[in-house]
Design a protein around this ligand. Structure first.
Ligand code: GLN
Ligand code: ZN
Length: 763
């Protein structure tokens, strides 16, 4: 019979129990016994869900206190020596210090897990790294599940992916040189699994979906030639993309089975079915682990039938990847529209989908009612008037290439803007948000609860805006913002004002550590019933003689940070978002706002894992941005903002956005990043961030002036702007005012120096 299994279940709990337990542990309000008991209860609950759904295995090893990569680091004993912790006796408190830093040491670096919004903790390796004496938590959890009488399939990140995602402490250190030691450690882990009677272990190697060079591929083969001989069957798991080009390499290894992601890369099935001998397990990931839609079970069952006839018992069925990327359960949603709810499947519901598929292969008649229900839900979604909006369809059909281009080229626009905006050299500005004070948060919460009337809430927000405007004037900033006081989240705020978006009550997804996000769901055509921020921007502008910049979230970022409908290409949804933002931009222009910033914080996140797929993405993403930005006349200045620093490989696309000004994060790399912009001869305006807004440190005037001088070496001063790295929402006022005061002084000092130089040259 086709066996069913998952790669992982969300560990946070349906009501974020783990988050709250962790945070109380950090605050010292509870001890590690309590935290451990919460973890244990969550694991038991999640295993029970898998068992009750009739899955053939429960996944163990998907639980982590903060992050699975960190748990693996703790298991391997590969702790960074700078902390001075003893690997064998690592306490929960110390574990969390690795994740969050302590008085003496900064935390491990955090970065995005492949192309998801989940962030893992990056292992730090060097020649001294050993893989001895780690903690036994992984084995304890296996014992816990065995004691409950469950059939266990432990899941671990594989050695190649672990090394690939690590970073070298010293430049030039070759991480692969650690592989022999690391493999020995994995062998010992497998021995311990065997001793426990474990039949199958899953080793996750999603790194295989990236562009790996020959050296890493060779290393990969070497490792699995060794690991598969320990008496435990190895299921090699890949996800997030295709691995078809490695099918014959993998099939030639002694691995006992392979898991592939058929949601992201359905076309790879053929290659694997023909390459993989029939006695090896082929685990097909057919339920989408990255999105919230109910699967087309009838269609999937139909396509699996033949495969099942041919492969029999060696066919396994699973979600495409770990379910950690979707919310826990629909049962926690009481306010979601009933029709929409019937179209969705969160992690718990996906377990049921999986067992229905297995049943459809085993006993089609018995599966009939469940398949019919799935079919009915899908039919209602396809036919629903809530999904399709003729007004939107008409707009999309009428989009022309001309709409994706500004009227004049940058040189001409910038001449017009210089005349009309009359900004000084090196204009100073901020990225949009100012500190979200407790008063602001309390007012928002009261408004949500219904304890504050709409008008009172509006008045409060207007008063906050007035404060923010006055403070910016006092600081001497040149281009002001309204401060985003009323914005809880830069995507949710806009999504809430658009049709086609829905919101959950408890649809939390772990972002990192105890941090969860609740991505809104795009279920239908995107329509803007009325202007979204025109009122707020105009109010701010009415309070000052200086220019106020209107700040909006761009189409690609709206898309990246939402759950996106899967019944049309992402590019089409991006285009719909682009059109509503374009309308908003035009309304802002009409209302007299002359500088408009369209944030594309997540533009780079959308890049596909394989470089070969980049051009297609960059093409539609760039076009979506251009459509949102290009309706305005030459005199209106368009800014964009991106908050990260690896740009060099996509600079042509950044330039192709043709924003008049782009503000980016650069302070942490001390402007190194700008070199790329210089070499590429980036043509438009740039505001390289001169201080890090993720930290409360206040940099000195001199430090910021030096950064600006470096920037001047690469970008002509006429095209330079002066601003922080990112928004100031999470900062407090005192440090914000201190840092901005210094920033304004730094810009002034440099302005003066440049003016003196220009004078000298003239004489
Ligand atoms: N305008 C947003 C802000 O200032 C941008 C945030 C971001 O880039 N993440 O908060
Ligand atoms: Zn940012």
């Amino acid at each position: 019979m086709a066996r069913t299994h998952i790669s992982g279940f969300p560990r946070i709990g349906a009501h974020r129990e783990l988050k709250f337990a962790q945070e109380s542990f950090w605050r010292g309000e509870s001890d590690d016994t309590y935290l451990r008991s919460v973890g244990k209860a969550l694991r038991a609950r999640h295993w029970e869900l898998q068992r009750a759904a009739g899955l053939d295995f429960v996944a163990v090893g998907d639980f982590a206190w903060y992050d699975p990569m960190l748990n693996l680091t703790a298991l391997l004993g590969a702790l960074p020596q700078r902390f001075g912790f003893e690997p064998a006796t690592l306490s929960l408190a110390q574990y969390h210090e690795l994740a969050r830093g302590n008085a003496a040491q900064s935390a491990l670096e955090m970065t995005k897990w492949f192309d998801t919004n989940y962030h893992y903790l990056v292992p730090e390796l060097d020649a001294e790294t050993t893989f001895d004496g780690g903690v036994d938590w992984f084995f304890d959890e296996i014992d816990e599940a065995l004691a409950l009488g469950l059939t266990v399939k432990p899941v671990l990140i594989g050695p190649i992916t672990y090394l690939w995602l690590s970073k070298s402490r010293a430049a030039g250190f070759d991480r692969l040189s650690l592989l022999p030691k690391l493999v020995v450690r994995y062998l010992r882990i497998l021995d311990k699994l065997k001793a426990r009677g474990v039949e199958w272990v899953q080793l996750d190697e999603p790194a295989l979906c990236l562009d790996l060079d020959a050296e890493w591929l060779e290393a990969f083969s070497g490792v699995y030639n060794v690991l598969c001989d320990e008496g435990v069957n190895v299921l090699l798991a890949t996800y997030f993309g295709t691995v078809a080009d490695h099918a014959s390499r993998v099939a030639g290894l002694p691995v006992h089975g392979v898991h592939i992601d058929l949601v992201r890369a359905p076309q790879q099935l053929h290659a694997w079915h023909s390459a993989l001998p029939a006695d090896k397990v082929l685990s097909v990931g057919v339920i989408d682990g990255r999105n919230v839609w109910r699967a087309d079970l009838g269609e999937i069952a139909g396509s699996l039938e033949r495969l099942h006839t041919q492969r029999g018992e060696s066919l396994w069925i699973a979600p495409s990847c770990s379910l950690v990327h979707v919310p826990v359960t629909l049962a926690a949603e009481r306010r979601l529209d009933a029709e929409l709810k019937s179209w969705l499947a969160f992690a718990t519901e996906k377990l049921t989908e999986l067992s229905t598929l297995a049943q459809a292969l085993r006993d089609p008649a018995a599966a009939e009612p469940a398949l019919a229900a799935a079919d009915a839900a899908l039919g209602s979604r396809r036919a629903s008037g809530a999904v399709f909006n003729v007004l939107v369809q008409r707009r999309v059909a009428a989009v022309t290439d001309a709409m994706a281009s500004r009227r004049s080229p940058f040189a001409e626009r910038s001449r017009v803007q210089r005349h009309s905006l009359k900004l000084p050299l090196l204009p100073t500005t901020t990225i949009g948000s100012f500190p979200q004070t407790p008063a602001i948060r309390q007012a928002r919460a009261a408004y949500r609860r219904g304890d504050l009337r709409a008008l009172d809430y509006l008045e409060r927000m207007r008063a906050e805006t007035a404060t923010v405007v006055r403070k910016q004037e006092a600081l001497g900033l040149d281009v002001l913002v309204h401060g985003e006081v009323e914005r809880n989240d830069m995507v949710e705020f806009f999504a809430d004002k658009l049709w086609g978006y829905a919101f959950t009550e408890n649809g939390w997804v772990q972002n990192y550590g105890s941090q969860c996000v609740k991505p809104p769901i795009i279920y239908g055509d995107i329509y803007r019933p009325e202007p979204m921020i025109v009122d707020a921007a105009c109010h701010a502008q009415s309070l000052t003689e200086r220019l106020v910049k209107g700040v909006l979230t761009g189409p690609v970022t709206m898309l990246e940070w939402s759950f996106v409908r899967d019944d049309q290409p992402r590019s089409t949804t991006a285009l719909q978002l682009a059109l509503v933002i374009r309308d908003e931009v035009l309304d802002l222009e009409k209302a007299g706002i002359r500088i408009i910033q369209i944030d594309e914080s997540a533009f780079r996140e959308g890049l596909p894992l394989r470089q070969a797929d980049w051009p297609a993405y960059l093409d539609w993403a760039t076009r979506a941005f251009r459509i949102s930005a290009s309706g305005v006349c030459d005199a209106t200045q368009i800014h964009t903002h991106m908050c990260y620093s690896e740009f060099n490989d996509i600079l042509p696309s950044i330039a192709a956005l043709d924003a008049d000004v782009i503000t980016i994060e650069t302070s942490r790399s001390s402007m190194e990043l700008l070199d790329g912009f210089g070499e590429f001869a980036y043509p438009n305006g740039i505001g390289p961030g001169v201080y890090d807004t993720h930290s409360s440190r206040v940099p000195s005037v001199d430090a910021m002036r030096r950064l600006l001088e470096r920037a001047c070496e690469v970008i002509p001063a006429e095209r330079l702007w002066v601003n922080p790295d990112c928004g100031l929402k999470t900062r407090a006022w005192p440090e914000t005012e201190a840092a901005l005061t210094n920033m304004v002084l730094a810009a002034g000092a440099l302005r003066q120096k440049l003016a003196t130089q220009a004078d000298a040259e003239r004489q």
